[in-house]
Ligand binder design. Structure first.
Ligand code: GLA
Length: 458
């Protein structure tokens, strides 16, 4: 049993219908009954976008939607994966020969990432086989981290089948690393909150070392998720990895400008730490060191005194080697200002002044603007949706997750919730006939949910 990961002895009564269906389907697929279940939640990031991979703290909470897997360990070394949703085809492989095909972001690859992470951590050459039936209710490609939830769930499934144990922090770190087998250079936010979440509280997630601190959200406000219905699969495009590389290059140029050992610097936070200055001061350093015009790879090379080949093979990732222009000034500005907003958000929650909701809303609005204009990870539908949300009572609204589609999160005074939901529904969804997904997947209030869990039946 995984120590540190709570195991409920009996199946919780929260979703008896869902579990019963899962069990029946498991039986009809595999002819046996599952031996245990694992769930790992998705998340909504309240503030702190695209800064985890730069080393900065973020402020997410788990949502109640999750990945739930019914598992039966088997004596063969065959891994059989099935999904309750027929959109996701079944997959069978030898558990000893795990190959993750980066060229096609197929659903089962996320499971394989979690499995491989555990296998590598323990240096195991043989893995036991298992039959797994996956049931997910996190809207896919929506910025609520359905893919990381599957990676985390698979990691915990594998650990449990092996009868081994790890702390939640170790599991989160392993799964963050192993999800990169898919080809995206994500930070660790999604996996960390999936394991470290606790019901009733958002978390400040800090990295190096990884830790999570409770952030109590204000009473009297509700966080509402709205899906733009523009699908964004970050593994299917290179937007995400380009941003990661732009941040890496910005860090190196800033370090070089400040006469630091730039070749050892990978993240924007390292520059700040080495200089020992505030985030506000880093914003001033950008003004002196970087220019708003995009940088060509040649200019980056001239500045760092390296060859194009060195840039491509030693600094850039395989999918970003041919990017013609890098916006370093804008990306760095977003990162340092967003990192400051996270700290302000936490402070306001702690101090809880009378106008808390208004202040949090303002920070969320600023965050959206910065994502839109400086980081360029929004899209017209997300911009329209945040405008609509603000118009109908949200004190603040922003894209959440990677962006380029997916969901917004808004902070809404509790007494305005029902009119807010009705109006946003009418104006964004009904009028434009957006998305056929059930209501619960498009527009819903959410509160901080609990983290990953293994459970057995009595
Ligand atoms: C994705 C990544 C996270 C984070 C967000 C953007 O969800 O997996 O690590 O970078 O995008 O904040």
């Amino acid at each position: 049993m995984a120590s540190g990961v709570p195991a409920a002895r009996r199946v919780e009564a929260a979703e008896p219908g869902r579990l019963l269906k899962l069990k029946e389907m498991f039986h009809s697929k595999f002819g046996t009954m599952p031996k245990f279940y694992v769930r790992a939640p998705g998340r909504v990031n309240l503030i702190g976008e695209h800064i985890d991979y730069c080393g900065y703290s973020v402020l997410p909470m788990a949502v109640e939607q999750d990945m739930l897997i019914a598992v039966e360990p088997v004596k063969t070394h065959i891994l059989q994966l099935a999904n309750t949703n027929s959109l996701y085809p079944e997959f069978t492989t030898s558990a000893n020969n795990i190959e993750i095909d980066k060229t096609k972001p197929m659903w089962h690859n996320y499971f394989l990432c979690g499995l491989k992470g555990i296998q590598e951590h323990f240096g195991l050459s043989n893995l036991p086989g298992m039959n797994c039936l996956v049931d997910g209710n996190i809207p896919p490609s929506s910025g609520l981290s359905s893919s990381s939830a599957l990676v985390c769930c698979a990691g915990l499934v594998t650990l449990t089948v092996l009868g081994l144990s790890l702390s939640k922090v170790e599991l989160a770190e392993i799964c963050a690393k192993s999800e990169r087998y898919i080809g995206t250079e994500g930070g660790g936010m999604d996996q960390s909150i999936s394991f470290l979440a606790e019901e009733g509280t958002a978390k400040l997630i800090e990295f190096n070392p990884l830790r999570a601190t409770d952030v109590k959200l204000p009473n009297g406000a509700v966080f509402v998720i709205a899906n733009s219905c523009v699908e964004m699969n970050k593994a299917a495009t290179s937007h995400f990895n380009i941003r990661v590389m732009e941040c890496r290059l910005a860090a190196k140029l800033l370090a070089k400008y400040k006469c630091l050992q730039w070749d050892q610097v990978m993240r924007l936070k390292e520059v700040q730490d080495k200089l020992g200055v505030s985030l506000e001061e880093m914003l001033l350093v950008i003004e002196d060191a970087l220019h708003p015009e995009p940088y060509s790879p040649e200019e980056v090379c001239r500045y760092l005194g390296i060859s194009l080949k060195e840039l491509q093979t030693q600094i850039l990732s395989p999918t970003t080697q041919d990017v013609p222009l890098f916006k370093l000034y804008q990306r760095a500005k977003h990162v340092y200002s967003e990192a400051a907003r996270v700290l302000q958000f936490k402070k306001i929650c702690e101090e809880a002044p009378e106008n808390t909701v208004q202040l949090l809303g303002e920070l969320m609005n600023q965050s959206h603007l910065s994502c839109r204009d400086m980081f360029e990870c929004s899209c017209p539908e997300l911009d329209q949706l945040v405008d609509i949300c603000r118009k109908f009572g949200a004190q603040g609204s922003r894209l959440t997750g990677a962006g380029w589609g997916g969901c917004t999160v808004s902070v809404v005074p509790a007494d305005k919730l029902s009119s807010f939901l009705a109006n946003v529904h009418e104006v964004y969804y009904q009028k434009s006939n957006r998305g056929l997904a059930p209501e619960k997947q498009k527009l819903f209030a959410t509160k901080p949910g609990g983290g990953a869990l293994v459970f057995f039946e009595a």
